[in-house]
Design a binder for this molecule. Structure first.
Ligand SMILES: C[S@@+](CC[C@H](N)C(=O)[O-])C[C@H]1O[C@@H](n2cnc3c(N)ncnc32)[C@H](O)[C@@H]1O
Length: 269
């Protein structure tokens, strides 16, 4: 396998989410091709995707390369500038819109029900009100659309602090309602699987799948997670990708994943 660092499928930290999202978009695309008129890309209708907190556009640019129209909402001007450079380098500037804003004020920038898919990756940890954030994500969706929600798993930080020898912090994270290991923890909040499912469901979305992300990627030596395939016996990224994929849906493994991914849908009325 040739590693393409611009392709989320190539990275052990993003491949599981990429595969789930891509497959869900394929389904929507097939349905849209039957019902919508308008421009088509390779015989199918391009979808409208909003990536809230999309940062520098790792997913947005890859989705644009698949032929979709992607809007990235992010409060960080630096991230948006990097996104625009990345989109230009990939030749997809026309399909990527960068808008400064945040989840709480997204309707200042976008219309309700404007999207076939909303990505909210690594954002619910930081917003003031995650429940309101999920309702906003739902409000962006057209009926039949999907939400891809990725958030830090509170179990994983307990494990990570303990493995690093920070046992008191592991204990603090275990007991803290927000899953924080102490005052120096840079992440305001982490989620358990049930809490994340509840947030999504209470926003009016139906949970379709839950996966564990980075179950092994943050535990193996860095060389194994980052090195291209074929660069040595300890650096077989192909095997690591397969291991992450195989374990991602198994409850006993996803319980300790660094992140939890929920794919949810807005059911048609
Ligand atoms: C951990 S990064 C994740 C970036 C990207 N989604 C990813 O998965 O690689 C969090 C991103 O959320 C953005 N962010 C922080 N607070 C936000 C808010 N209230 N609404 C939307 N985005 C926010 C940050 O600027 C940053 O780009």
């Amino acid at each position: 396998m040739v590693t393409d660092r611009t392709n989320p499928r190539s990275s052990v930290r993003t491949a599981v989410v990429w595969d789930v999202v891509r497959s869900a978009l394929e389904t929507i695309k097939r349905e849209a091709a039957d019902t919508r008129s308008g421009p088509s890309v390779a015989g199918t209708v391009p979808l409208d995707i909003v990536d809230v907190g999309g940062g520098t556009g790792g997913f947005a640019v890859a989705l644009a390369r698949l032929g979709h129209r992607v809007t990235v909402i992010d409060p960080s001007p630096d991230a948006l500038a990097a996104l625009e450079r990345r989109a230009a380098e990939a030749g997809v500037s026309d399909a990527v819109r960068a808008a400064q804003g945040d989840l709480a004020t997204v309707f200042d920038v976008l219309e309700p029900e404007c999207a076939d898919a909303v990505l909210c990756h690594g954002v619910l940890e930081f917003v003031d009100d995650p429940a309101e954030g999920c309702r906003t994500a739902r409000g962006l969706l057209r009926p039949g659309g999907i939400a891809s929600v990725l958030a830090a798993n509170r179990t994983a930080v307990v494990l990570a602090r303990a493995l690093g020898g920070h046992v008191a912090e592991a204990l603090a994270a275990l007991h803290d309602p927000s899953g924080r290991f102490g005052v120096h923890d840079p992440v305001p909040r982490r989620f358990g699987e049930q809490a994340l499912r509840d947030l999504v469901t209470q926003a009016g979305l139906s949970v379709r799948a839950v996966h564990g992300v980075r179950i092994f990627a943050d535990l193996v030596p860095a060389a194994a997670a980052d090195a291209p395939a074929g660069s040595g016996p300890a650096a077989n990224v192909t095997d690591l990708l397969a291991l992450e994929a195989a374990a991602s849906a198994l409850p006993e493994f996803r319980a300790m994943a660094t992140q939890l991914h929920v794919l949810a849908g807005l059911d048609e009325a």
